[in-house]
Design a protein around this ligand. Structure first.
Ligand SMILES: [Zn+2]
Length: 153
Protein backbone atom coordinates (compact mmCIF):
# COMPACT_ATOMS: atom_id res chain seq x y z
CA UNK A 1 0.00 0.00 0.00
CA UNK A 2 1.20 3.49 -0.83
CA UNK A 3 2.00 5.91 1.96
CA UNK A 4 -0.83 8.32 2.69
CA UNK A 5 0.64 11.70 1.79
CA UNK A 6 -0.87 15.12 2.25
CA UNK A 7 -0.75 17.98 -0.19
CA UNK A 8 -0.72 21.67 -0.54
CA UNK A 9 -2.09 22.91 -3.84
CA UNK A 10 -1.71 26.13 -5.73
CA UNK A 11 -4.97 28.06 -6.02
CA UNK A 12 -5.36 27.22 -9.70
CA UNK A 13 -5.52 23.50 -8.89
CA UNK A 14 -8.88 23.70 -7.15
CA UNK A 15 -10.47 20.93 -9.19
CA UNK A 16 -7.57 18.55 -8.53
CA UNK A 17 -7.85 19.34 -4.79
CA UNK A 18 -11.54 18.51 -4.94
CA UNK A 19 -10.82 15.07 -6.42
CA UNK A 20 -7.94 14.31 -4.06
CA UNK A 21 -10.29 15.05 -1.15
CA UNK A 22 -12.94 12.72 -2.61
CA UNK A 23 -10.22 10.04 -2.58
CA UNK A 24 -9.57 10.83 1.09
CA UNK A 25 -6.37 12.82 0.72
CA UNK A 26 -5.63 15.87 2.82
CA UNK A 27 -5.41 18.48 0.05
CA UNK A 28 -5.13 21.99 1.43
CA UNK A 29 -5.46 25.21 -0.47
CA UNK A 30 -4.74 28.48 1.28
CA UNK A 31 -5.98 31.48 -0.61
CA UNK A 32 -4.14 34.75 -0.87
CA UNK A 33 -0.95 33.68 0.89
CA UNK A 34 2.54 34.32 -0.41
CA UNK A 35 4.70 31.57 -1.89
CA UNK A 36 7.06 31.87 1.09
CA UNK A 37 4.20 31.05 3.46
CA UNK A 38 3.27 28.06 1.30
CA UNK A 39 6.83 26.75 1.42
CA UNK A 40 6.99 27.14 5.21
CA UNK A 41 3.68 25.31 5.60
CA UNK A 42 4.83 22.48 3.33
CA UNK A 43 7.98 22.12 5.41
CA UNK A 44 6.23 22.27 8.79
CA UNK A 45 3.25 20.10 7.86
CA UNK A 46 5.25 17.73 5.61
CA UNK A 47 2.98 18.42 2.70
CA UNK A 48 3.85 17.97 -0.93
CA UNK A 49 3.35 21.14 -2.93
CA UNK A 50 1.46 20.61 -6.16
CA UNK A 51 1.95 23.48 -8.56
CA UNK A 52 1.67 24.28 -12.26
CA UNK A 53 4.41 26.90 -11.99
CA UNK A 54 7.86 25.69 -13.06
CA UNK A 55 9.33 28.68 -11.19
CA UNK A 56 7.77 27.49 -7.92
CA UNK A 57 8.71 23.87 -8.67
CA UNK A 58 12.37 24.79 -9.15
CA UNK A 59 12.66 26.80 -5.91
CA UNK A 60 15.96 26.05 -4.14
CA UNK A 61 14.55 25.53 -0.66
CA UNK A 62 14.07 22.05 0.76
CA UNK A 63 10.48 20.87 0.49
CA UNK A 64 8.68 18.23 -1.51
CA UNK A 65 7.05 19.46 -4.67
CA UNK A 66 5.55 18.11 -7.87
CA UNK A 67 5.16 20.09 -11.06
CA UNK A 68 1.74 19.34 -12.53
CA UNK A 69 1.83 19.54 -16.32
CA UNK A 70 -1.71 18.77 -17.43
CA UNK A 71 -4.66 21.12 -17.30
CA UNK A 72 -7.34 18.41 -17.07
CA UNK A 73 -7.98 16.98 -13.59
CA UNK A 74 -8.12 13.40 -14.91
CA UNK A 75 -4.64 13.70 -16.42
CA UNK A 76 -3.45 15.52 -13.30
CA UNK A 77 -4.58 12.57 -11.16
CA UNK A 78 -2.79 10.23 -13.56
CA UNK A 79 0.38 12.32 -13.14
CA UNK A 80 0.16 11.58 -9.40
CA UNK A 81 -0.41 7.86 -10.05
CA UNK A 82 2.93 6.85 -8.54
CA UNK A 83 2.19 8.33 -5.13
CA UNK A 84 -1.59 8.14 -4.79
CA UNK A 85 -4.03 5.28 -5.04
CA UNK A 86 -7.77 5.00 -5.25
CA UNK A 87 -8.65 3.04 -2.13
CA UNK A 88 -12.38 2.34 -1.64
CA UNK A 89 -11.99 2.56 2.13
CA UNK A 90 -10.81 6.15 1.89
CA UNK A 91 -13.41 7.34 -0.61
CA UNK A 92 -15.80 10.03 0.64
CA UNK A 93 -14.08 10.43 4.02
CA UNK A 94 -13.14 14.08 3.51
CA UNK A 95 -15.17 17.13 2.53
CA UNK A 96 -14.48 18.04 -1.13
CA UNK A 97 -15.41 21.65 -0.42
CA UNK A 98 -13.30 22.46 2.63
CA UNK A 99 -10.92 19.49 3.24
CA UNK A 100 -12.23 18.60 6.74
CA UNK A 101 -12.70 14.90 7.58
CA UNK A 102 -16.33 13.77 7.31
CA UNK A 103 -18.12 12.17 10.24
CA UNK A 104 -20.81 9.49 9.92
CA UNK A 105 -24.06 10.54 11.53
CA UNK A 106 -27.51 8.93 11.79
CA UNK A 107 -29.67 10.77 9.25
CA UNK A 108 -32.38 11.23 11.92
CA UNK A 109 -30.03 13.52 13.82
CA UNK A 110 -29.88 15.94 10.88
CA UNK A 111 -33.40 15.27 9.56
CA UNK A 112 -34.34 18.95 9.59
CA UNK A 113 -31.39 19.79 7.37
CA UNK A 114 -31.94 17.26 4.56
CA UNK A 115 -34.87 16.30 2.32
CA UNK A 116 -37.25 13.78 3.93
CA UNK A 117 -36.76 11.19 1.16
CA UNK A 118 -33.00 11.25 1.74
CA UNK A 119 -33.53 10.70 5.44
CA UNK A 120 -35.78 7.73 4.59
CA UNK A 121 -33.38 6.20 2.08
CA UNK A 122 -30.14 6.66 4.01
CA UNK A 123 -29.79 5.67 7.66
CA UNK A 124 -26.29 7.13 7.78
CA UNK A 125 -25.11 10.37 6.22
CA UNK A 126 -21.73 12.10 6.30
CA UNK A 127 -21.44 15.46 7.99
CA UNK A 128 -18.64 17.99 7.60
CA UNK A 129 -17.68 19.65 10.87
CA UNK A 130 -15.82 22.29 8.90
CA UNK A 131 -18.46 23.79 6.63
CA UNK A 132 -21.57 21.93 7.82
CA UNK A 133 -22.28 20.36 4.44
CA UNK A 134 -24.12 17.03 4.59
CA UNK A 135 -23.38 14.22 2.11
CA UNK A 136 -25.15 10.97 1.33
CA UNK A 137 -24.25 8.14 -0.98
CA UNK A 138 -26.70 8.89 -3.77
CA UNK A 139 -26.47 8.23 -7.49
CA UNK A 140 -23.74 10.84 -7.98
CA UNK A 141 -21.47 8.69 -5.78
CA UNK A 142 -21.63 5.92 -8.37
CA UNK A 143 -20.81 8.43 -11.11
CA UNK A 144 -17.80 9.62 -9.11
CA UNK A 145 -16.65 6.03 -8.54
CA UNK A 146 -16.97 5.31 -12.26
CA UNK A 147 -14.88 8.36 -13.09
CA UNK A 148 -12.20 7.24 -10.63
CA UNK A 149 -12.26 3.68 -11.97
CA UNK A 150 -11.60 5.02 -15.46
CA UNK A 151 -8.57 6.94 -14.15
CA UNK A 152 -7.27 4.23 -11.79
CA UNK A 153 -8.18 0.93 -13.49
ZN1 LIG B 1 -16.73 20.96 4.55
Amino acid sequence: MKKQCSFHLAENLNRLAHWLRIMGYDAAIYRAVSFDVLVTRCQKERRILLTRSSKEASDKRRFQRILIKSTDYRNQLTELGEIIECNNQNLFTRCPKCNHPLIDSPSEKVATLIPAYICEAHKIVQVCRGCGHIYWQGTHFEAIKNTLRSIFP
